[in-house]
Design a protein around this ligand. Structure first.
Ligand code: 8YV
Length: 330
């Protein structure tokens, strides 16, 4: 039997490359393909499976021409893929859930602490030689303990963030997947029963000192945080986004930060990565990270392993362990 052929759109860390090479003929692109290049590669009839990154747009147009039988995304999120169109075309989609939960929650907590305690401004002051000695009112920030953290969504990463925040003495509220997706029953709270409180999305917006976003990007959550939501937040509130940039209207966010409508923002993701909304980078009351939620050596190795195993399973005609649309071939 001939070996399956797998296309990898971007070099990934080990162990993925070794696993793939042992099971298939592998082509790794050196530079991320443009959309037309990706369409041509996926439609070439050369590959059984393509291993993609978030920036690879796998939309209905590409899928309509694709000859691959599977797409293995190197990410837990798959908003870059039109899963409904993939399912319709009998193309399986895989992702990498679970392995980046703690690392991403660490970044959410880091952004909460970093914005509250003005870490970027403070660091810059020291580096620029503007620290002239201790002063009673130097770089005063906001307390975290005793403050309210509102979690938009209560999935894996939100729960891991709740765990950390409870350790810091925060009051934790959540609204299950706003606006109005499935409810989380009290019986599903597990270790969080009696420790976190479920509220409606509007309450969450109005009562949070820190509002942290943990929803997938869908048509329902695009611009979930818009000018109206920003206007209903406390003026002292800080917005944290480790989910997906387009969940926030970034232009409205810049306006709200510039006018003091809200106090600050900690962002790991942007609406049009890697571009930032005009003037965002000038604002002192922000901590801005380059989408590093999952960026630890061990997490990226696990993502590599899972995405490679998903790709190999699909190339062999088996439903992978982490299939987003397991019924695609039925
Ligand atoms: C990845 C992520 O770094 O897994 C996700 O959904 O956002 C990040 O962990 C990114 O998607 C790489 O493609």
């Amino acid at each position: 039997m001939s070996r399956p052929r797998i296309l990898v759109t971007t070099p990934i860390p080990e162990p993925g490359p070794s696993l793939l090479a042992a099971a298939a003929d592998v082509t790794v692109l050196e530079a991320s393909p443009s959309y037309p290049e990706l369409v041509a590669l996926c439609a070439s009839g050369t590959y059984d499976v393509v291993l993609t990154q978030l920036r690879d747009r796998i939309d209905a147009g590409l899928l309509a021409q694709a000859t691959v039988r599977g797409v293995s995304n190197f990410a837990v999120g798959y908003n870059n893929i039109d899963v409904a169109a993939a399912t319709e075309r009998g193309i399986m989609v895989g992702n990498t859930p679970g392995v980046l939960t703690d690392a991403t929650a660490d970044i959410a907590m880091l952004l909460i602490l970093g914005t509250a305690r003005r870490v970027v401004e403070a660091d810059r002051m020291v580096r620029e030689g503007r620290f002239h000695g201790w002063e009673p009112e130097l770089m005063l920030g906001t307390d975290v303990s005793g403050r309210t953290l509102g979690l938009a969504g209560f999935g894996r990463i939100a729960r891991a963030t709740a765990k950390r925040a409870l350790g810091f003495g925060m009051d934790v509220l959540f609204a299950p997947r706003p606006p109005g997706d499935r409810m989380v029953e009290d019986s599903e709270l597990g270790e969080f029963a009696g420790k976190v409180r479920k509220v409606e999305w509007d309450d969450l917006v109005a009562s949070s000192d820190f509002l942290s976003l943990h929803v997938p990007l869908t048509e329902d959550t695009r611009h979930l945080v818009d000018a109206g939501v920003l206007a209903r937040m406390k003026p002292s509130a800080i917005l944290v986004n480790t989910a997906r940039g387009p969940v926030v209207d970034e232009v409205a966010l810049v306006d709200a930060l510039r006018s003091g409508r809200i106090a600050g923002a900690g962002l790991d993701v942007y609406e049009e990565e890697p571009r930032l909304a005009p003037r965002l980078a000038e604002l002192p009351n922000t901590v801005l990270l380059p989408h590093i939620g999952s960026a630890t050596v061990s997490v990226r190795a696990e993502m590599s392993r899972l995405s490679a195993l998903n790709a190999i399973a699909m190339a062999r005609g088996r439903v992978p362990d982490h299939a987003v649309n397991p019924t695609a071939w039925s």
